[in-house]
Design a protein around this ligand. Structure first.
Ligand SMILES: Cc1ncc(COP(=O)(O)O)c(C=O)c1O
Length: 359
């Protein structure tokens, strides 16, 4: 593993940096340092901690034309003893490499990925907020930097991690979901399971439609039958039907969310029955009307869990829940936040302690 080289100007910058704002928001602030590494000649070169700043890119870099890029999103939490811990970083490291493989990009050994994350966290320790639900959000990403117009995989790449002290992505309000019956985002055999920009770019047209219609989130259905629930543009979907916690089975068109996985683990540990299956949107709507589906929620690293208040269909039909927010979703949200912030015992291996560096 290559040790990250620490640049003294980065340390000077971050030492002097502070944020005085009780409303951190999501992605509003970034730490004034970043990790940067390059891949060339078939291997990762140096990893550096440098001052945050613009990236120098040739206009013919492949990422700008063919979208060869991947990213991750993960969080670091302050603990009651003032230490800081990353939440399940090995899952992000693994997913990053799955995305890399699909996008013909080089993998980064898991220990190298986690070490780089740990270094930026350690030097940003004073920027990790301490209120419940707040965190330092890490955004590792990799882009294709080889210069040339040919449509072929790049041989050169840049890996970067930036860090953002963040509050909660959502204000806590319930979300209104627009059911996207026309556009599709990810087809089987495509790139849905990879965290790559193309999936998000494909969702933006529908985002505009969703907002214009007074909703907050787009729900994507399967590409073949336009019937089965997949996920939101940046979150997974769960609902409670007949007292069981149900969620679409992960396939190659759905991102395997760390939050979803953690919620299912917590639910199972509390003897809540978990059902993973193909969930038809019409069946869910019917179950809401029949009073069998009592709540639904979305989940992801940024938002943790946000309850769904209603679904808007293409023909204008609105299906609402009677009770918002639902009980189970809020219980799971509180439990997960308590685990992340060290207020409840964490299952083995969920919290990765960041080494304390005095500088
Ligand atoms: C498309 C998509 N689905 C689901 C998720 C939730 O994944 P996670 O819980 O790992 O953040 C995300 C967020 O990263 C996402 O972008």
């Amino acid at each position: 593993m290559k040790k990250v080289e620490i640049h003294p100007d980065a340390v000077e910058r971050v030492k002097k940096f502070s944020i005085n704002d009780s409303k951190l928001g999501f992605g509003k602030y970034v730490a004034p340092i970043m990790i940067q590494a390059t891949y060339d000649n078939g291997e990762w070169q140096k990893f550096d901690l440098v001052p945050y700043g613009p990236l120098l890119l040739d206009p013919c870099s492949k990422v700008l034309h063919y979208g060869q890029e991947i990213f991750e999103g993960m969080k670091v939490f302050r603990q009651p003893d003032d230490s800081i811990k990353m939440f399940r970083p090995e899952l992000n490291a693994r997913r990053f490499n799955q995305s890399a493989k699909r996008m013909a990009m080089p993998e980064i050994p898991e220990d190298q990925f986690i070490h780089a994350c740990e270094v930026i966290c350690a030097y940003s320790k004073h920027l990790v907020p301490s209120r419940l639900g707040e965190s330092l959000y890490l955004r590792p990403f990799m882009i294709a930097t080889e210069v040339g117009m040919g449509i072929k995989p790049s041989k050169q790449f840049m890996f970067v991690i930036v860090a953002s002290p963040s509050g909660s992505y959502f204000s806590g309000d319930a979300v209104k979901v627009y059911i996207e019956r026309d556009d599709i985002r990810c087809a089987p055999g495509g790139i849905g399971f990879a965290k790559t920009g193309g999936n998000y770019a494909a969702s933006l047209n529908s985002y505009d439609k969703t907002i214009k219609l007074g909703c907050d989130q787009t729900m994507w259905l399967d590409a073949i039958e336009h019937k089965y629930i997949e996920e939101m543009s940046g979150m997974n979907f769960l609902c409670v039907i007949d007292g069981t916690l149900q969620t679409p089975t992960i396939t190659d068109t759905i991102l395997d969310g760390v939050t979803r996985k953690s919620i299912l683990d917590i639910a199972r540990a509390e003897n809540i029955e978990v059902v993973q299956k193909r969930l038809s949107i019409n069946e869910v709507l019917e179950a809401i009307r029949a009073g069998r589906c009592t709540e639904a929620f979305v989940c992801g690293t940024a938002a943790v869990i946000a309850p769904i208040s209603s679904f808007l269909d293409k023909d204008g039909t609105v299906t609402r829940f009677k009770e918002i927010p639902g009980k189970l979703g809020m219980q799971l949200r509180e439990k997960l936040i308590a685990i992340q912030n060290g207020r409840a015992p964490a299952p083995e291996g969920w919290l990765y302690p960041v080494k304390d560096l005095s500088f």
